[in-house]
Ligand binder design. Structure first.
Ligand SMILES: [Zn+2]
Length: 409
């Protein structure tokens, strides 16, 4: 929980002894939270308590341990403490640390902003639900942002943070100084158990919504997402392309180069350095069959977007349109130049062979197809990704890395 931490500090600056933890009060607050929001009870009772004078208020780690400042407990009334319990368990139920791990690297390092954005995602729902939280808590309105977004949506709107913000590694992912290292030292929850807890909590939320009806929209959306996850093909395709490019870039050996002039102590010594040349990528487009123009444009935009992001662009990317009937392969530079036909009889082997026959042989070939095509009989000497467009597209052989581009229904 993030509040203005100064008044809840450990208290030892004034030479006072830090107070011992009032467990009775802390656990009374958890009992109250579980009684008020019964669907969160099993998650709340899965948290183990670790007292710490270093934590400003309360925080959680990835192992479902809740670090608690005795001074904060002493200074905070039970109804607000109950709200903080729900705040902390929300970081873990919503898998904030797992989602933070998937942010772009620059955002991942900015723990304070990530934490603030996560607190915004939690607190608007808690306040709408009538829960009490200590003064100084963060809300989307503090930054002129609307309620109801996920933290990834808030992040861009959160300015750089001078204030001390730390709900622990269970939120933003980086271990805070007061955390126990690893899962030992206090009871912990494994990732598998955490997954089961999320599921059972989501089911409890559903049945609560059916029988009582009064549930904040944020929790209902969360439960729906847990029980019927929507797989975003853009994310899967982007991951496959990124991984293939990294693989192809790493497939080149150490090479000997002149050392940097910044290492004068090593003058005259030639050190091997890991050179990672950018790979070449060919995108082969199937122009036949049931692919829609919009689907094709979306898939092509996604692939070229990811390639640009990782620095593979210009001459390093070729786009080939594989004509169904005449098996003509032409080089194109944009989706608009691709003429989609209606005919069958596609043979993407022709397109793949043409891609590999280019003067600058690609390391990665990405095929955008409806799947109605024969495939090469064996692994070609490149990384091959098939992006299957259209519902019910037949699957390629197992050795072809496959991403299905289906919009969730
Ligand atoms: Zn928090």
């Amino acid at each position: 929980m993030t509040v203005d931490a100064a008044e809840h500090g450990a208290g030892d600056l004034a030479g006072r002894e830090p107070p011992t933890l009032d467990r009775t009060k802390l656990l009374a607050a958890r009992y109250r939270a579980a009684e008020d929001r019964p669907y969160l009870a099993s998650a709340l009772y899965s948290l183990s308590v670790v007292p710490s004078a270093l934590v400003p208020t309360m925080g959680v780690d990835r192992h479902w341990r809740c670090y608690v400042s005795p001074a904060f407990v002493a200074a905070t009334p039970v109804p607000e403490l109950a709200g903080v319990w729900i705040h902390e368990v929300s970081h873990l139920l919503r898998d904030h640390h797992g989602r933070a791990d998937r942010l772009p690297a620059a955002d991942q390092r900015d723990h304070a902003r990530v934490n603030i954005a996560q607190d915004c995602e939690i607190n608007d729902d808690l306040l709408a639900d009538g829960l009490l939280l200590p003064a100084g808590r963060v809300e989307p309105g503090d930054f002129g942002l609307p309620v109801g977004l996920l933290f990834e949506g808030y992040l861009a709107g959160i300015p750089p943070q001078p204030r001390r913000v730390d709900c622990g590694s269970g939120a933003h992912g980086r271990a805070a100084p007061w955390e126990l290292s690893g899962p030992d030292g206090a009871p912990s929850v494994t990732p598998v158990e955490a997954g089961a807890l999320r599921r059972s909590t989501a089911e409890a939320i559903r049945s609560h919504a059916r029988s009582r009806g009064n549930l904040p929209a944020g929790w209902k959306r969360w439960a729906d997402q847990i029980l019927e996850p929507v797989v975003d093909w853009r994310r899967v395709l982007a991951g496959a392309v990124r991984e293939a490019v990294a693989w192809a870039g790493g497939a080149v050996d150490y090479t000997y180069r002149r050392p940097s002039r910044r290492t004068p102590a090593l003058r005259g010594v030639v050190l091997p350095s890991l050179r990672r040349p950018l790979p070449r990528v060919a995108i082969v487009i199937d122009t036949s069959g049931s692919m829609g123009e919009d689907e094709l444009a979306a898939a092509l935009a996604e692939v070229t977007g990811v390639l640009r992001e990782v620095g593979v662009r210009g001459e390093r990317v070729s786009v080939l349109a594989c004509d169904a009937d005449v098996h003509v392969v032409s080089r194109v530079t944009s989706a608009e130049q691709v003429e989609l036909g209606g005919g069958g009889g596609t043979d993407m082997r022709v397109g793949i062979a043409a891609a590999l026959a280019q003067r600058d042989r690609p390391n990665v070939v990405i095929v955008l197809t409806d799947g109605y095509t024969p495939w090469p009989g064996e692994t070609p000497s490149c990384r091959l990704i098939a992006a299957l467009i259209g519902a019910g597209a037949p699957a390629p052989p197992d050795w072809v890395e496959t991403v299905r581009l289906e919009e969730p229904s």
